[in-house]
Design a protein around this ligand. Structure first.
Ligand SMILES: *Cc1c(COP(=O)(O)O)cnc(C)c1O
Length: 463
């Protein structure tokens, strides 16, 4: 498989170049030349395959020229050491993607990307130094993903005093090959400092700098895996019992509804709480490969650029607005360019419908779902849940997306509610903290504080 830039479909590069460079030289995003298809034997047995086997089959055609099968097998085994349970709640399923070390779905992408980098750079002597700016969530997942990976150092820049105490411990509590810098300034300052570091002559002479940003193809591909796995399970009627970290405080009364009422054997509708639209793009790859997926609901908060585009056909990026589902506060989604390089407006409209949800409705949804079922949604999952409710209301319209659909509906749970306790607990009471977050809370913050100034950053990195 070769990859080309969304802006230039004539020059193709191997997976290793696309992954290690992140962004194409012309500023475009890397996309695969074609989307491979599952063999019929694989397609027919998705419901009974293990997660690591599905991961192997899903990722292999994209990388096999650069990563031998035995290596890929080890990579997926060691990256995905946690489960992605499909939990029935009321009339739908929650796909819980928050059982990894930082309790958000970004662990899937970050952990696989780290292993790719380590393997693809196995013959390099020079240490690779990854710089990341974070407003909170990404930094923790990248730090954790790369922690202990040989030949790679990570430095995370975060705005001092503007991340939660938990996030600060996830970013700055690991030590080892992960360093943290608290910048006296905003997230934008952190981003600006990272960008200046990449063009700083002395720094680049002395260090081999790289980024690990969210548009990296090696972060996207592993996200297709859970769509393939979950659609296979839902279609064949398999689902998970509540596990140790399932955020359900009481009650399991209504949940059998979802498996009783004849939805089995049908393709699946996924609802994806979205910001930069990497997660939804990965779902489109899974569907195009042949996973049993009927379509998608794109759920956003008030940053509704993509739902507005799906409604009007006009793409109007805007500046982002702060909300309680802050990992989705994106006004100009970076993966939009990737989606539209593969699919036309008509293609996208035939598969995706978009809905947006404001903060008041998000809070009401958390409260109502808790009252009815005992299940605790985080603010991002609640946006997804409410979008499904809106879609159900419009479903009777024969003009509508997936009119007459009667298969299983799966909402992606992108973060554990304990990660957003300050929003969730006033609505539902205290939320038990999963073991990975409890462990992170025990760590000591080890960060250096600097002024929001390039010379201060350079001095710290070179010291
Ligand atoms: C990053 C993130 C999202 C948005 O995902 P995209 O791939 O950027 O659309 C949603 N929810 C949570 C909790 C996240 O961390």
């Amino acid at each position: 498989m070769k990859y080309y830039s969304t802006r230039d479909k004539t020059t193709a590069v191997p997976f290793s170049v696309a992954a290690l460079n992140g962004l194409a030289a012309d500023g475009g995003l890397f996309i695969p030349q074609e989307i491979p298809q599952f063999a019929p034997a694989v397609k027919n047995s998705l419901g009974s395959m293990g997660f690591a086997d599905i991961a192997f089959e899903t990722i292999r055609p994209y990388v096999h020229e650069d990563i031998p099968d035995s290596v890929l097998g080890n990579m997926v085994e060691s990256a995905f050491t946690f489960s992605a349970p499909l939990v029935p709640v009321h009339d739908r399923f929650m796909l819980e993607l928050f059982h990894g070390p930082t309790a958000a779905f970004k662990d899937f992408g970050a952990r696989f990307m780290a292993r790719c980098f380590a393997y693809l750079r196995r013959n390099e002597d020079r240490e690779l130094h990854i710089l990341v700016a974070t407003s909170g969530d990404t930094g923790g997942a990248v730090a954790d993903g790369f922690y202990g990976v040989e030949g790679i150092r990570v430095t995370v820049l975060y705005p001092k005093g503007r991340v939660s105490p938990l996030q600060e411990r996830q970013i700055a509590g690991l030590g080892g090959n992960v360093s943290a810098i608290a910048v006296e300034g905003s997230f934008d300052d952190c981003q600006r400092l990272v960008k200046s570091a990449f063009v700083h002559p002395e720094l680049n002479r002395k260090m081999n700098l790289s980024s690990a940003n969210s548009i990296n193809i090696s972060r996207l591909l592993p996200q297709a895996v859970y769509y393939v796995a979950a659609s296979g399970l839902a279609k064949s009627g398999r689902y998970s019992e509540d596990g140790q970290a399932t955020p359900r405080l009481r009650g399991k009364a209504e949940e059998q509804q979802v498996v009783r009422d004849g939805r089995l054997g049908k393709d699946v509708l996924f609802c994806v709480p979205s910001g930069n639209f990497g997660n939804l793009t990965a779902g489109l790859y899974a569907q195009a490969m042949g996973a049993p997926i009927a379509g998608f609901i794109a759920a956003t908060n008030i940053n509704k650029t993509v739902p507005a585009y799906l409604a009007s056909g006009v793409y109007e990026p805007r500046s982002s607005v702060a909300t309680i589902s802050n990992a989705m506060d994106v006004g100009a989604p970076s993966n939009f360019e990737r989606m539209t390089a593969h699919w036309s407006y008509e293609d996208l409209r035939a598969t995706i419908s978009g809905f947006w949800v404001d903060d008041d409705k998000t809070r009401l949804t958390i409260q109502r779902v808790f009252d009815q079922t005992g299940y605790v949604l985080d603010p991002h999952g609640a946006v997804g849940w409410n979008a499904v409710d809106q879609w159900i209301h419009t479903k009777t319209d024969p003009e509508n997306h997936l009119h007459g659909f009667s298969g299983p509906v799966v909402v992606l749970g992108t973060a554990h509610p304990a990660k957003f306790a300050e929003t969730v607990e006033p609505l539902v009471g205290s939320v038990p903290v999963p073991p990975s977050l409890a462990q992170a809370m025990e760590r000591t913050v080890q960060s250096v504080t600097i002024r929001a100034d390039v010379s201060a950053l350079v001095e710290t990195l070179l010291s």
